[in-house]
Design a binder for this molecule. Structure first.
Ligand SMILES: Cc1cc2nc3c(=O)[nH]c(=O)nc-3n(C[C@H](O)[C@H](O)[C@H](O)COP(=O)(O)OP(=O)(O)OC[C@H]3O[C@@H](n4cnc5c(N)ncnc54)[C@H](O)[C@@H]3O)c2cc1C
Length: 331
């Protein structure tokens, strides 16, 4: 493999229900930064049906080029078909770096693509950067059960591929003056996997909380001691118009459904305000919330690691502090 043939940064733009997923705009922002550091172009790859209308926005949000694969047969995501197309796009355009969201689609598509291309893939990165010495992509993610952060490189294969979760980076901002080019990529019949038929989409109705998009999150931890005491968290969140999060032990003990879990094996959130109540601040929890704009922690142990990331800390018994807060807010 001649590594020098590979140039530029490619971002996979994911669409769902006729809209671009927010994580794709976050990756455009990061992708632009990586491309600028390497002084190369940033390209977006968008696949689907009736997706041409997004080209202008993708350019105004940082792309130099948009590769458009727009075909009625691609209306619904089928991983084998989509991965066949992505592999052909990569073989044609030879990007040095290729990134996607760590969404259900990204997690299904990218491993297939990297396996077909015989290159490496780092999933769930929390930071991406360029090595100032040799220009390689530095792919950082929690490792060994989240106890360390590992920086991974892909030295001998291209592209260097990584996925990133929603809310890890800030979204790209529209620049109305930006210009770029749109190139169409036509699919061939052989790329369509006829063995797979898309039957429909069924929404999981148990996932009622949209933590990822909430501006205010009130999270409870083991310090609450029981499922019933979580009513305090629900009441506080209700008064603040916020969503309810939880640390993992609360989920493991069946106090709340998994959709509430924040952390490495739960959701990554980045609200304007994150209130951690009775949560110690284990590294696996912090991995999912430490990029929140303002963090307030309530914990009776002044040495709790949560206070190291908190902007405001209240050392005290949550069973005294939270009712006081509720009383004040009601007033
Ligand atoms: C591979 C792996 C993945 C994991 N993924 C996740 C994840 O996604 N999310 C996650 O949260 N964890 C995750 N964990 C678990 C993590 O390591 C911690 O065990 C967990 O976050 C601890 O939850 P906690 O802070 O609620 O409980 P604890 O660590 O037990 O902390 C409870 C806190 O409450 C305080 N407290 C107790 N009583 C009161 C009171 N009356 N008033 C005020 N404060 C009080 C205590 O001082 C203490 O700090 C993972 C672990 C592993 C190994």
């Amino acid at each position: 493999m001649d590594l020098k043939e590979y140039k530029g940064v490619l971002v996979y733009i994911e669409t769902r229900f006729g809209k671009i997923e927010k994580v794709s705009f976050e990756l455009l922002n990061k992708g632009r930064e990586l491309a600028d550091k390497k002084r190369v172009d940033l390209t977006s790859l968008i696949i689907g049906y009736d997706v041409e209308k997004f080209s202008d926005e993708l350019i105004k949000k940082g792309s130099d080029k948009v590769i458009l694969v727009d075909d009625e047969r691609l209306k619904d995501f089928v991983d084998s078909t989509y991965s066949n197309i992505v592999v052909d796009v990569v073989k044609k355009y030879k990007p040095e770096i290729f990134i996607a969201g760590s969404t259900n689609i990204g997690r299904s598509l990218f491993p297939r693509v990297s396996a077909k291309l015989l290159t490496g893939l780092t999933a769930d990165c929390t930071e991406l950067d360029i090595d100032p010495e040799d220009g390689k992509l530095l792919q950082t993610r929690p490792a060994a059960g989240g106890s360390i952060m590992a920086t991974i490189v892909t030295p001998n294969r291209r592209p260097q591929m990584a996925t990133v979760r929603h809310k890890v980076f800030k979204e790209a901002i529209m620049d109305p003056k930006r210009t770029g080019i749109v190139e169409r990529f036509s699919i061939e019949e052989r790329m369509i996997d006829k063995r797979v038929e898309y039957l429909g989409f069924e929404k999981d109705e148990t996932q009622t909380v949209n933590l990822s998009d909430a501006d205010i999150i009130v999270s409870g931890g083991r310090g609450l001691k029981s499922k019933d005491n979580f009513s305090l968290i629900f009441e506080l969140a209700g008064l603040l118009n916020g969503a309810v999060g939880a640390s993992r032990p609360c989920i493991d003990d069946g106090w709340l459904p998994f959709s509430h879990q924040v952390g490495q094996t739960g959701k990554t959130v980045s609200p304007k305000l994150y209130l951690a109540v009775g949560i110690s601040g284990a590294i696996q929890h912090l991995a999912g919330m430490k990029s929140s704009e303002t963090i307030i922690a309530i914990n009776k142990d002044p040495n709790s690691p949560i206070f190291q990331v908190a902007d405001y800390g209240i050392v005290g018994d949550l069973f005294e502090v939270v009712p006081l807060l509720i009383k004040k807010l009601k007033r």
